[in-house]
Ligand binder design. Sequence first.
Ligand SMILES: Nc1ncnc2c1ncn2[C@@H]1O[C@H](COP(=O)(O)OP(=O)(O)OP(=O)(O)O)[C@@H](O)[C@H]1O
Length: 596
Amino acid sequence: MAKRKSGEPLREEEKRRITKTSLRQLAGIFRFMLPYKGLFITGLVSLVLSSVTLMAFPRLSGELLDIASGKPKYFTSINEAALALLAILFVQGIFSFIRVYTFSIVTERGMADVRKSIYKKIIWMPMTFFDNKRVGELMSRMVSDTETLQGAFSFTLAELLRQIITLVTGTIIIFYLAPTLTGFMLLTFPVIVLSALIFGKFIRKLSRKTQDKLAEANIIVEESFQSASVVKSFTNEIFEVNRYSKAINEVVGTALHGARYRSLFVSFIIFVVFGGIVAVGWYGAKLVQVNQITTGELFSFVLYTSFIGFSIAGLGDIYSQLQRSIGASERILDILNEHDEAENTESSPLKLQGKISFENVSFAYPTRSELTVLKQLNFSIAPGEKVALVGQSGSGKSTIINLLMRFYPIQQGDIKADDQNIYNFNLTSYRNNIGIVPQEVILFGGTIFENIAYGKPGASADEVRKAAQQANALEFIERFPEKFDTVVGERGVKLSGGQRQRIAIARAILKNPSILILDEATSSLDAQSEVLVQQALETLMEGRTTIIIAHRLSTIKKVDRIFVIKEGMLAETGSHAELTQLDNGIYSNLLKLQLQ
Ligand SMILES: Nc1ncnc2c1ncn2[C@@H]1O[C@H](COP(=O)(O)OP(=O)(O)OP(=O)(O)O)[C@@H](O)[C@H]1O
């Protein structure tokens, strides 16, 4: 997710009206700053003091000129005035240091708390949440929204306050210093501000168009790089180059169209602003001539107005930063207010025997409520029994496992473990009793040791070694130069499919669950790996209730019972021998197909 720079025009979805309610949204995030409120207030006070102190600077600079021309007001010598200026710089330096440092502490710590809270929230969300959200979207919540807020708390809010202080005190001082000149200047002001605002808005619209075009071109890059194999297999390199060139040419066209107006805008602004300066300078010089103000006062006036001018110019950017921050805090609060699965009760030790029963279970995924995936499903599996789920793709096998894992709430019926409703257990205690060896083994980027110990965080080296041995993994691990410390995953050694499966088996052995779920890999391993994996699985299955989503004949033959699932219902049950005897049975037909 690209970081949005300040000064970049806001996208339509980033626009937020700054109202009481939207500011309250931003304030909602403030609760994360509350633990550091003492520091935050110190920062605020330092900010006010440093801004106010700095406002003495233009006046004292003017005083230097007045002393030189023999019309001193506050000091008698240039040296004295220069020393006072240095003292002011020094004092405001101290205040600025305190402000920046305290704000940094508050935002770094506060935002770390926000990040931890979002992460904790998301990782505890139920599966339905992950079905609805894309990982990229969640990442941007974690990365760019928190970054925007960090900017808001460490910089934007402070800047807003500083600009307002400068604007208000600056205007009061120039009114006091040279009322007629200020009056004259204020007359020229609306013309400059209004024309800049109207023209500026038009220019921003144009530059947003360029950005949209650039985004379109970037999508082509992203898509084609991600699907490089598709591009190549269709030999569409030239087609893609042309597509990208066309998109980039459009960017240039739109950008140049905008550039014409931007160039006009820049020369216009320079003319108007400097025109204003000339007008004020002309009028100021006349006032000096008739001794209504001193040269020093005119100089101070010019400095103050430039301070004020910069503040006004900065406010526009701060306004869009604030809008962006309100959007970010809205999205973050939305996530933080979601209902997660974290339970208030401590997980207690629970050791199930492993009896499983589905009683009249009907289910539709929350994201596709119109499709009933499981229909009045009934079955019971005895402790230690081995069952294979067989059925066509989409028949509902994985769904049965998802429900057993309590990934989704069911709409009808009961799922029981050891004759108790599974929804009555503490979720963590319950899931601790189930081990899964998935079809696609996903290893984390750490070492082999860490990946096996994932099954039992805090496991000792001996336990991990023993699990690896039982999973037939020890031999290949020992052959790596770094043994258990070998880094797997994205970087480092890539493990073969069979090796990855054995790591997953070792992980499950270490977890020592009463209920085991094996989702057989569809892609076949070479004969030797297959034997090693099978042996490891048999060790793993010993004494555990096992449900296998079966694809291989060799596994199916060995199980106690086979459940044939058809369209979310149990169509046939029995042992391999029993089901093969059925004339025109689904299982026997499937078998014939496989054998063919
Ligand atoms: N997360 C989900 N959200 C919505 N619908 C889903 C979800 N997961 C699966 N489905 C739908 O539920 C039905 C059953 O899918 P399921 O994954 O249980 O089938 P399966 O028998 O395991 O298939 P396969 O052998 O291909 O893995 C399918 O129609 C599928 O499209």
